[in-house]
Structure formats: structure tokens, C-alpha cells
Write a protein that binds this ligand. Structure first.
Ligand SMILES: *Cc1c(COP(=O)(O)O)cnc(C)c1O
Length: 463
């Protein structure tokens, strides 16, 4: 399988290069030349199989022989063995027609673990095979960093620099990153927003001098292996609820649009998904794009669902590329314009194509809080603010048909103060996370200045 850039100015590459490269050299995002296809009978056969087996098959369809089947199976078994639930992604019923798919049973208590645990193993293997060491630079709105640190710490062929917006993530989120002792990990508190961090990372990848000096890579949600890994739970969940013989609707709490786009990937691979609701908090760029046909940046507002405080959803470029019938020149034009002018007018035909599958819903803060309380009262489930955005969006949509699944993206114990303040119930951390609060922290603080951070990355990589 070959992977092409959404902007069409970079050569097509195989799975290994797409994974290790992160962003394509022309600034575009790698996407499969043709979406891998799974037969309906094979999808039906996923019913009751271990999560790791389905993962090996779905991710293997992207790797397409570049990773031996047995090794892929081993890596998936190891990756999903770190989860503290046997189902890996268990379902919980909320109402006659609505379910939660709990994606938060991994080591850092957020759905990012699902992709990151397998990604780290893929990286270490692919780099070891090529005799290379890479430095991974990632921007985190809170959860990617913790998941990346958990997955990459102590790995032999990888160093990791995680940038996070200072003061805009929860203490638990920060501690998942900053308490790692392994010297291959560096964490940086940036005096700015997540979008600033992400822009600095994008800039670093496009800096030929830095790239000459440092073998740089990314694990942000633009990495195609993350999309592949996230498509897996759409399959396991939908099949548990009657797919492929019945379509399933999903509500996905969204920020960078990686998770929701993974649902699109699953659909293109053959899974009958009737609708994907991209649920956002007050940072509503996606909701506005789907409603109005204009993808336009706005000021980032801090919310109690900080992992979604994003006003530039990088994976949206992948959907745009598909919706303009894979026209790379048009995609490049649009997203170059977006990076300078901050807005794209989506062509009407592309907009209606997007709306065939996607609905965008933005949920204001007071409604997120009310939903956390109501869900606890009506179902006994304590949900975190990100998941609550999804549940509130489902309520706003009314009937999506049977069944509808809300992706539960974080464990409530990852946001204990906000959850306790809103619901009056303090969530208990699962076993193993309890002594996080007592470990010493280690991180550096830098201004939101691209040159300063690039120099830091270079020094760390060369140390
Ligand atoms: C990252 C994250 C999201 C948003 O996912 P995207 O793939 O960026 O859209 C939602 N909830 C939580 C808890 C997250 O960590």
C-alpha cells in the first residue's frame, strides 16, 4: 500500500515511511492511495474476538506486508495488554438506544493510549530495523503528551519532546508527562495556547535546517498509524452492536478531528456507519464548518474539556481532500490560504459530501456541566467533561437511530477537580495511578517562540 500527501507535492511512500515521517515533506498529510477494504463476512467475524486480534487485522491492512503478520499480532497483544480492562474498549449502556464506548482504560486514562501504545512499538521496531534514532516532537492539548510519554519512555530508538500550553491542562494531565524519569523524554511548558504549540511543531517540521540536523518525527493525530489504530474501536464497537448487518451512529468528542476521521476511515473500509457527530465544546471550528461551509479559525476559549480547546483541527485536511475528490492542488491551495488567512470557504459540493456522513455540534460549557450531573442521576455513570460534550451532542441531535455510540474519551479521574466541582462526586483513580501526585516533576518552561523551541529540540536531540 502506498500513501500519498493531501497536497500532492511529495512522493508516495510505503507504510514505514508514512509512519516515521509524520507530516509529509510538502506540509500535507499522508493518506492511503486507496482505502483498504474488508469483506462484510470478515467484519461480521470480528464479533467476540479479542480486541488485539481485530487491531492486528485492521492496522495490518494499512501496513500491508511491511510488518510481518505475526509481529503485528505480537505488538498489538503487548500494546493492548497494557490496558486494565479485558475488553480493552468496553461498552456501557446509557439508555435504550445509547451506549458509551470507554476508550480510557489505558495507562494515561485517555483515548490517546489506544493509538499511542501501538504507535510506540511500531516506531521502535521500524527504526531499529533501519538502524536509526529519531526525535519525536509533539504538541499536546493535554492527553497526547501523557499517552506519548507512557508509550515512548525508555524506548531505545526514540527521543520524545512534548510541548504543552502552560496552565491550560489539568494537574493530572501534566503529571502523566512530567513524572517520567527516563532520560529519553523531555517536557516543555510553553507560554501560549495549544494552537501556538501546534504551529511551532508544524514550523519545525518545515524547517530544512532543523530537519538536516535532527531526524525528526511526529506522533500527533496527523500520523496515519494513529488513524489506523483508532479505526479499530469503531469496528469492535459497531460489530458488538449488530454491524455489519445494522448501521451504527457515532458521536465523537472532537478537537483535532483525528478520532472522528478514524470513523470515516472505518466507513471507507467497509463498516456501515450511518452518521458521525463531531461534538465540540465552545471551540466550535468543526461545528461551524459542517453547519456553514466555512472552516474559519477563532479565538481559543479555555474550557473544562481542555483536550478539545482547539480552533484548527489538523485532520480536517484529510476530509477536505476526500471531499474535493482527492484534488491535491485544491487541497494545497485551501490549506495554505488557511495558514495565512485563517479561513477556507468549502466548495458547496464538497460541503454537501461532508454532510452526508458528518454533523457538527458545539456544546456550551453550562450544558456540559448539566449533562455530567444528569448522566450521573439517570444512569449512575460518572463521566468526564470531554465525554459529556459527546453525550450532550447526542441529546441535541435527538434520534440518531438504534444504536448510537458516544466515544468516552477520558477517565473522570483525569479531571478530578472539575468532575467533583460539577457533580459533587470525586472520581477515584484506578489502581496504579494513585501515587502520581507524590512523584517529583521534571519539565522546562519556554516562551511560545519557534526559534527558541527549535534550538531546545536540537540541543536535546544532540545530547
Ligand atoms: C484528544 C482528545 C479528544 C479529541 O480528539 P481528536 O482526535 O483531537 O479530535 C477528545 N477527548 C479527549 C479526552 C482527548 O484527549
Amino acid at each position: 500500500m502506498r500513501f500519498i500527501s493531501t497536497r500532492g507535492q511529495a512522493p508516495a511512500v510505503g507504510f514505514s515511511d508514512a509512519v516515521l515521517g509524520g507530516l509529509a515533506p510538502d506540509g500535507g498529510l499522508y493518506t492511503p492511495e486507496a482505502w483498504p477494504q474488508l469483506e462484510t463476512s470478515e467484519i461480521r467475524g470480528f464479533l467476540g474476538r479479542p480486541y488485539a486480534e481485530v487491531a492486528a487485522r485492521v492496522i495490518g491492512a494499512f501496513a500491508d506486508g511491511e510488518i510481518p503478520t505475526e509481529l503485528m499480532a505480537e505488538m498489538c497483544a503487548e500494546a493492548y495488554g497494557t490496558f486494565n480492562h479485558q475488553a480493552v474498549v468496553p461498552l456501557v449502556q446509557l439508555s435504550p438506544s445509547a451506549f458509551l464506548a470507554e476508550l480510557f482504560h489505558g495507562p494515561s486514562l485517555a483515548f490517546k493510549d489506544v493509538a499511542m501504545q501501538i504507535l510506540a512499538r511500531l516506531f521502535d521496531h521500524l527504526l531499529g530495523r533501519q538502524g536509526r534514532t529519531q526525535t519525536i516532537l509533539c504538541a499536546t492539548s493535554g492527553d497526547t503528551g501523557g499517552a506519548a510519554v507512557e508509550a515512548f519512555r525508555g524506548r531505545r530508538n526514540v527521543r520524545l519532546v512534548a510541548l504543552f500550553p502552560e496552565g491550560r491542562i489539568s494537574e493530572v494531565q501534566r503529571r502523566f508527562m512530567t513524572t517520567a524519569e527516563e532520560p529519553n523524554v523531555a517536557c516543555v511548558a510553553v507560554a501560549g495556547t495549544f494552537d501556538d504549540c501546534q504551529a511551532i511543531v508544524k514550523g519545525a517540521f518545515q524547517d530544512p535546517v532543523l530537519r538536516q540536523a535532527v531526524d525528526l518525527s511526529g506522533v500527533n493525530s496527523i500520523n496515519i498509524a494513529r488513524i489506523a489504530a483508532q479505526a479499530v474501536y469503531y469496528f469492535t464497537t459497531a460489530v458488538a452492536l449488530g454491524a455489519p448487518d445494522r448501521p451504527v451512529a457515532f458521536v465523537t468528542p472532537s478537537g483535532n478531528f483525528g478520532d472522528a476521521f478514524a470513523g470515516y476511515a472505518a466507513k471507507r473500509m467497509g463498516l456501515p456507519i450511518s452518521r458521525i457527530v463531531a461534538a465540540t465544546n465552545a471551540n466550535d471550528i468543526l461545528a461551524r464548518a459542517f453547519a456553514e461551509g466555512r472552516y474559519a479559525r477563532a479565538e481559543v476559549q479555555p474550557t473544562i474539556s481542555p483536550a478539545m480547546d482547539i480552533q484548527a483541527a489538523s485532520n480536517f485536511e484529510r476530509l477536505y481532500f476526500e471531499a474535493v475528490r482527492r484534488e491535491p492542488a485544491e487541497t494545497a491551495r485551501a490549506f495554505q490560504a488557511f495558514s495565512t488567512a485563517g479561513a477556507i470557504d468549502i466548495p458547496p459540493l464538497a460541503h454537501s459530501t461532508m454532510r452526508e456522513l458528518f454533523t457538527g455540534v458545539s456544546v456550551p460549557e453550562d450544558e456540559v456541566r448539566r449533562t455530567m450531573v444528569a448522566t450521573l442521576n439517570q444512569t449512575g455513570e460518572l463521566i468526564d467533561p470531554h465525554t459529556a460534550v459527546g453525550v450532550a451532542a447526542l441529546n441535541r441531535c435527538g434520534d440518531l437511530g438504534w444504536p448510537a455510540v458516544v466515544l468516552a474519551t477520558a477517565h473522570p479521574a483525569k479531571f478530578p477537580d472539575d468532575v467533583a466541582a460539577v457533580t459533587g462526586v470525586r472520581p477515584e483513580p484506578p489502581q496504579g495511578c494513585a501515587n502520581l501526585a507524590r512523584k517529583p516533576e521534571r519539565y522546562d518552561r519556554l516562551p511560545a517562540d519557534a526559534e527558541t523551541i527549535k534550538a531546545y529540540v536540537r540541543t536535546f536531540a544532540e545530547a
